[in-house]
Design a protein around this ligand. Structure first.
Ligand SMILES: NC(=O)c1ccc[n+]([C@@H]2O[C@H](COP(=O)([O-])OP(=O)(O)OC[C@H]3O[C@@H](n4cnc5c(N)ncnc54)[C@H](OP(=O)(O)O)[C@@H]3O)[C@@H](O)[C@H]2O)c1
Length: 297
């Protein structure tokens, strides 16, 4: 049964790396949080979404669930669109039925990466891969079907839970002395806790619209890897290479730094610089605690 004494939030993709931190941060901020995994709620099933939303009658919905396998999506256009576009349609329609605020987590991959200045929230989108196209279609459903939608684009996400670039680098270092890392893609690494905190603040406002929320500053994957090994105290020979050294099915934007004017204009503090965020990640990982979760309570 839904607890009707507290504000209720549904987090989709709650078992994903961002979803798990969203559940903790929103719970710490006083929300009654419902975080169904795919087994409890497959949001590509419109009737299942209708039933779950009728049971919970949410005040807010954070739609973090997504088809996130960027390379697999190139060969699975139907699968990516089913989840990222039509799944978002189902979630947005039901959120609107209950007058709930909707946060749709989107991506820097809606841009083509040919820019050289941080992308503004209003800038023309032009995805270069199927994943980006499907996430952009999801943005459109969210904006058209919900009158209370926040689109929150983020990038290069890593967290304590789930697989990500930080963990991949550390695992590779267990078996290799030399690691080649791409040095011609520039973006903003984003720590899930910082993003979840920004989302929890944004949904306290009524300033619906498009936002960019990513770690401050910018770096290449090579620079990110170098910073990871410095903090981990690991000695590894890092070899900067061009993307052409790692041919992959999906093209990636070369430059996808997200400018974050809208967030601060809405009164939400910008996310910390990516290097400070990486320090916090290692601290929270090594100490197996996440002190900032409870600060909002
Ligand atoms: N990771 C990044 O670098 C990055 C960058 C930019 C934007 N984003 C966006 O940030 C959000 C969170 O990403 P993440 O890294 O936390 O992803 P993640 O770890 O892959 O989590 C996504 C979650 O969505 C679930 N899901 C997929 N299809 C579903 C369905 N039909 N019904 C219910 N649940 C479903 C997945 O469940 P299964 O495990 O069962 O598939 C998974 O738990 C996504 O919207 C993503 O597009 C991510």
């Amino acid at each position: 049964m839904a607890d009707m004494t507290k504000r209720r939030a549904i987090v989709t993709g709650a078992r994903g790396q961002l979803g798990q931190d969203l559940v903790k941060v929103l719970s710490g901020a006083g929300w009654q949080v419902y975080g169904p995994g795919r087994e409890e709620l497959d949001f590509t099933d419109p009737e299942a979404v209708e039933r779950e939303f009728a049971r919970i009658r949410p005040d807010a919905v954070i739609h973090a669930g997504a088809y996130t396998q960027v390379d697999a999506a190139e060969e699975d256009y139907g699968g990516a669109f089913l989840v990222n576009a039509f799944g978002t349609r189902n979630v947005a329609m039901e959120a609107e039925r209950y007058g709930a605020k909707l946060v749709y987590i989107s991506t820097d991959y809606v841009f083509d990466g040919t820019g050289s200045e941080p992308y503004r929230e209003s800038e023309r989108t032009s995805p270069v891969n199927v994943y980006g196209e499907s996430k952009l279609a999801g943005e459109k459903f969210a904006l058209r079907l919900s009158s209370r939608a926040f689109i929150v684009r983020t990038s290069w996400v890593y967290g304590l839970n789930g697989g990500n670039f930080v963990k991949t680098m550390l695992t590779l270092a267990d078996s290799r002395d030399t690691i080649s890392v791409v040095n011609d893609q520039i973006g903003c690494p984003t720590y899930t806790v910082d993003l979840a905190l920004a989302v929890s603040r944004l949904i306290e406002t009524e300033r619906f619209g498009i936002y960019h929320a990513a770690g401050g500053g910018q770096c290449s994957w090579y620079e990110f890897a170098r910073a990871i090994f410095q903090r981990a105290g690991r000695t590894v020979w890092l070899n900067p290479v061009d993307s052409s050294a790692f041919p992959r099915p999906a093209k990636r934007p070369a430059y996808s730094v997200l400018g974050q004017t809208a967030l601060t204009a809405a009164g939400v503090p910008a996310l910390p610089h990516w290097e400070a965020a990486l320090d916090a990640f290692f601290h929270e990982w090594e100490h197996a605690n996440a002190p900032r979760y409870s600060k909002l309570g």
